[in-house]
Design a protein around this ligand. Sequence first.
Ligand SMILES: [Zn+2]
Length: 117
Amino acid sequence: MSKPMDNAVEIMRKGGTLISDKCPRCGGVQVKYKGRVLCIAEDNLSENLQATTVSNDATLSNLRNVVIEKIDIISTSLGKEHDVSKQAMLADLLQKYVTLLKECEDEDASDKSSDKS
Ligand SMILES: [Zn+2]
């Protein structure tokens, strides 16, 4: 049996943040995790941890694979492209994919620091 506090710590490690608003029902501490506000005392944190991390990780790694594949295809096309306006278009696309890829990786690193400013 894991204690609620252990789950709270786990949620923080996974990128959750403590919020200053107290729980409207019991006045307990709340955490924000993957866009949801959870009460440490009342909500089943371990359930939330499992349900959300598994699906998000899978989605993110799929997305990452797709993006990496696109970057590969686009950079190959860019290398062969002689038309400047098409190069600009490809470069723009490439930049968007690279940004997307970085965001996927930031999501992974968010358990180290949840505050990216
Ligand atoms: Zn509560």
